[in-house]
Design a protein around this ligand. Structure first.
Ligand code: PMV
Length: 329
């Protein structure tokens, strides 16, 4: 009745941002599909231990016992697993992030993917990748993609209950690096769930974001199929700047970039002007992630580390999907 799983984080090249109406069922269905890269660094290790005696769930995250909204979100997720397993046991969840929690380095992706895998195995369930992805999605949209390694496609789906809304691996003959440039510290100001909800409700750019999204996904898939890094990089930048434009045009507006972010983006443009293939993406936080060829990663990392205000640079390669570290026989 105890299982441990590890999941790496993933970064969307073509972003998910906004939800489709699920009639209040809490299915967490995305308004658009997405395409991501699972990284070989940053992730979450989670142990779920079931108890016959506990009257409620417990959560320890990075050595600190959590209550309030963090525990409630995990408990609500465990309810889904309890429902599938048809068992009412409560759990002790112990989680360790090697990515700064809620700093816009997509910790919810690895967190809910590792929790989905550890919790199902602790309850004696062995889900296939598709059903694990569907379950993880209900914790966090991006978590559905961390089930798989490398490039991953997340389907928007059409079905009312989300049974066609899952991720699948997208094998590609393209090797890349993602240089993660930390442009701020501490928790992000506006979480992704509330940010995308507010942009969806109030930003006149949101409908344009949705209307133009399918073409970005098609273009990114075509670029991957052709192993065309410049094309992939160009589409990736277009997707991220459109996503961020919805926040600038929201009412009231909000935005994730800091002055350090803007300096890092300028450095990426300078690299390109110097004929180094480098393209930027940003999520719901200040950090910049720079896509480049493996042979350019050192040069890109050095250039980004020299940007004033940047306090850390990591070079990530494509990484594996989620895995079980310990489970009941
Ligand atoms: O998985 P969530 O609910 O934290 O949303 C992730 C949203 C972005 O990181 C901004 C984009 C993405 O596709 O990962």
């Amino acid at each position: 009745m105890r299982a441990t799983a590890y999941a790496h984080t993933n970064i969307a090249l073509v972003k998910y941002w906004g939800k489709r109406d699920d009639g209040g069922r809490g299915l967490n269905l995305p308004a658009v599909g997405s395409l991501s890269l699972t990284l070989d660094r940053f992730g979450t290790e989670t142990t779920v231990e079931l108890s016959e005696t506990e009257r409620h769930d417990h959560l320890t995250l990075d050595g600190v016992e959590r209550t309030g909204p963090e525990l409630e979100r995990v408990s609500a997720f465990l309810d889904l697993v309890r429902g599938q397993a048809r068992r009412e046991l409560h759990a002790r969840v112990t989680s360790r992030n090697d990515v700064p929690t809620a700093a816009g380095l997509a910790s919810s992706a690895s967190a809910f993917c590792a929790l989905a895998l550890a919790a199902t195995r602790a309850f004696g369930l062995t889900l296939d990748g598709c059903n694990l992805s569907i379950l993880a999605r209900q914790g966090s949209g991006s978590a559905a993609r961390s089930v798989y390694g490398g490039f991953v496609l997340m389907h928007r789906g059409q079905a009312e209950h989300g049974e066609d809304c899952f991720a699948e691996p997208l094998p590609a003959a393209l090797d890349v690096r993602l240089v993660v440039v930390r442009c701020g510290s501490g928790p992000k100001m506006v979480g992704s769930t509330s940010g995308m909800g507010h942009a969806q409700r109030t930003s006149p750019y949101f409908p344009a974001w949705v209307a133009t999204h399918a073409r970005d996904l098609d273009d990114a898939r075509a670029a991957l199929a052709a192993a065309d890094l410049p094309k992939l990089g160009e589409v990736m930048e277009h997707s991220t700047f459109k996503m961020h434009a919805t926040t600038f045009a929201a009412r009231p507006p909000f935005f994730y970039p800091t002055s350090t972010t803007m300096a890092a983006l300028a450095a990426v443009r300078e690299l390109r002007a110097g004929a180094v293939g480098a393209w930027a993406t940003m999520d719901a936080g200040p950090h910049v992630k720079v896509l480049c060829a493996p042979g350019d990663a050192t040069r890109v990392a050095e250039a980004m580390a020299a940007v004033p205000g940047v306090f850390g640079v990591d070079v990530a390669a494509p990484g594996p999907g989620a895995r079980v570290l310990e489970a009941p026989a």
